[in-house]
Write a protein that binds this ligand. Structure first.
Ligand code: ADP
Length: 350
């Protein structure tokens, strides 16, 4: 009889119907047990489509029965309806009206460059062929930074229907939860109130027609992040990490949060990967090496972009114009983000 690891690795060859990702990394395999030559697998998923569990049933049975020593396969499904309101990826409800693809940018901890990635990724997406329409939503109630990165302190207006109109800057539509809060109010918006505020906020923005909406999630993996992930109709998430172990452990928590709600992690983006000395061209791994790669391998997703530490990127961010929108065509961070945007658009639209 194969051991649990062998069974899990066999299960990770089974794709979630309609996705290229497998059922293990999707987080729907909740338990594996063996008894004699019988294997029992517990699976939990949220869907209204009965074809999904039956396709999984067929593929899992076939894969496990082909393992030596297995003569009986028992699958125990826990199937629940997706939460009401806008849907998550993998379910079949509609998302934010007019928005084709919603991508969350997440990190397990602050300071790894999540907002820098959100701003530059959005800018790079908007510069792809066909000039897609792109919006960025800063979901950080307590430390919004997208307005700083795009150099605007404009306050959004509301429509007569009480929808909030995003600010337009550099061809992008920007919205920040921080736009709507007075300086002192974030501290009181905590707990259930924060949850309700975020849900209402996400549903009330008049985005118009967008090809991509980038959600800059607050750092961490608590209730607020989970609420956003469940409220918005996410097509996928990217996780930003630096190469060192401490950032990586937090990145892992972010991956498991998405697995819990069946949102596919599309890629890992490693930021502050190295510093290339301008005088001698030598690369220094200031925050260690190989972290992003290890996490990407663990999740079986691509490592999209190893973004170097770059002074111009920091200055551009602080100066209100993301580096991708600067005129410097030679900048390595700018070209790294252009590659990331191209690859992500291919994954999302392909
Ligand atoms: P987070 O959103 O994860 O808290 P930020 O995007 O605000 O992180 O980045 C934190 C600081 O690091 C900012 O001052 C930003 O300009 C800087 N920064 C981020 N990425 C880079 C990079 N690749 N090179 C240089 N500075 C960076």
């Amino acid at each position: 009889m194969p051991d649990e690891d062998t069974i899990r690795s066999a299960l990770s060859s089974v794709p979630y119907p309609g996705f290229s990702r497998d059922i293990v990394s999707f987080g729907i395999v909740k338990g594996v047990a063996t008894e004699g030559s019988k294997v029992t697998v517990r699976l939990a998923l949220q869907t209204k489509d009965p074809a999904i569990p039956s396709a999984i049933h067929r593929s899992v049975t076939e894969v496990l029965e082909s393992l030596e020593g297995v003569s009986e396969v028992d699958l125990d499904f826990d199937i629940q309806d997706p939460p009401s309101g806008p849907s998550q990826a993998g379910s079949d409800l509609t998302g934010i009206p007019g928005v084709k693809k919603v991508i969350a940018v997440a990190s397990g901890k602050g300071g790894v460059g999540k907002s820098t990635v959100s701003a530059n990724l959005a800018a790079a997406l908007s510069r792809l062929p066909g000039s897609p329409k792109v919006g960025v939503c800063d979901c950080d109630l307590y430390g919004p930074s997208i307005s700083l990165m795009f150099g605007t302190d404009d306050r959004p207006m509301a429509t007569p229907e009480n929808e909030i109109i995003p600010i337009e800057k550099d061809g992008l539509k920007l919205m920040s939860m921080g736009f709507l809060l007075e300086d002192t109010s974030p501290v009181i918006v905590r707990g259930p109130l924060a949850t309700r505020y975020i849900q209402q906020f996400l549903r009330q923005v008049a985005w118009g027609q967008l090809d991509y909406l980038v959600l800059d999630l607050p750092p961490g993996t608590g209730d607020i992040q989970l609420t956003i992930v469940q409220t918005a109709s996410l097509d996928g998430a990217v996780i930003v990490t630096t190469p060192q172990e401490v950032a990586l452990i937090d990145a892992r928590k972010a991956s498991s949060m998405f697995a819990k709600v069946n949102v596919p992690v599309l890629a890992i983006i490693e930021n502050m990967s190295y510093f290339q000395c301008p005088s001698d061209g030598q690369k220094y791994n200031i925050f260690g090496e190989g972290g992003g790669e290890a996490e990407a391998n663990r999740l079986n997703v691509p490592l999209l972009g190893k973004i170097p530490i770059d002074i111009a990127t920091r200055e551009a961010g602080d100066g209100g114009k993301p580096i991708v929108l600067s005129g410097d065509e030679q900048n390595p961070v700018k070209s790294a983000f252009e590659e990331v945007a191209k690859a992500l658009a291919n994954t999302l639209d392909g």
